[in-house]
Design a protein around this ligand. Structure first.
Ligand code: NI
Length: 274
């Protein structure tokens, strides 16, 4: 396949992922429109997915859909406290395409009752579904019980989020470097707050420093009415992230990786608010 065709196919896929994302977090579209109104045409730095380490799922079940589009494995990241592992993929043909950040919950490190919830629910999951083209936008893989959601929440916010939302983008990320009217991440944050968007302030509004070649911020996850077996409840869905990258090394190329300490706090954007 030639590079142009790959880029076109990738654009179609990202549009589909975006459409699902804004159906879960309509405010994300408002954020995009807000920037467009100031004359910006935004570029996505990365799109993030979450999954479970399980033979039927795991990082590979997501990565395999991007690899035919020219995506290669790059960085690896460990989050010991949250019991997560993550990788990122970069497109070898088209550097304007977003990177893909995929994390997985290390199920084997969790207590038996949490493992059991997922193992039982996944017994009936047909592993072939993870190979189908629409897997990336297939949503929750479970019949959702609010009682189970609350049980998961006690052990891991990440597990509870995955149980409810499953296969969808957890966030899109605006690349601040691509903006004409904003240079500093704090200007972006101020603009968002002036327009009544709440930012995730876990670990401070800005995660990372120029010395780490990456600064990030994010909105708090938006609240969505979700249908459970017991009824409808509000659950944090997806959020929007903002990243400013800095040149590293003599080439002057922007750093393309991720900073574990910052990503650790960004994960908390989907925490349930008291
Ligand atoms: Ni991110």
């Amino acid at each position: 396949m030639d590079a142009k065709l790959i880029s076109e196919k990738a654009e179609v896929l990202f549009q589909k992922i975006w459409n699902q994302y804004i159906s879960l977090a309509p405010q994300a579209e408002q954020v995009k429109t807000l920037f467009e109104k100031t004359g910006e045409s935004s570029i996505n730095d990365h799109v993030a997915y979450r999954t479970l380490r399980h033979p039927k799922l795991g990082i590979q079940s997501i990565a395999r859909h991007f690899e035919p589009l020219g995506y290669d494995y790059k960085g690896e990241y460990h989050f010991d406290e949250k019991k997560l592992f993550a990788i990122h993929l970069e497109n070898q043909w088209d550097p304007t395409l977003p990177k893909i950040f995929i994390s997985e919950l290390k199920l084997e490190e969790f207590p038996e009752d949490l493992k059991k919830i997922f193992k039982t629910s996944l017994e009936s999951f047909d592993s072939q579904l993870a190979y189908q083209e629409d897997f990336l936008t297939s949503g929750s893989l479970f019949e959702k019980s609010f009682k189970t959601y609350k049980e998961l929440l006690k052990v891991s916010e990440y597990a509870a989020w995955f149980y409810v939302y499953g296969m969808c983008a957890n966030h899109f990320t605006l690349l601040i470097n691509s903006l004409k009217n904003f240079n500093e991440i704090k200007e972006v944050n101020l603009f968002l707050k002036e327009n009544n968007f709440d930012l995730n302030d876990s670990g401070g509004e800005i995660k990372g420093t120029p010395d780490q070649f990456l600064e990030q911020s994010s909105t708090k996850a938006f609240q969505l009415d979700v249908d459970f077996l017991e009824g409808t409840y509000k659950v944090p869905s997806c959020y929007y992230e903002f990243a400013k990258r800095y040149p590293r090394g003599s080439s002057g190329d922007l750093f393309q990786g991720f900073i574990t300490g910052s990503a650790d706090k960004i994960f908390e954007s989907t925490d349930v608010q008291d």
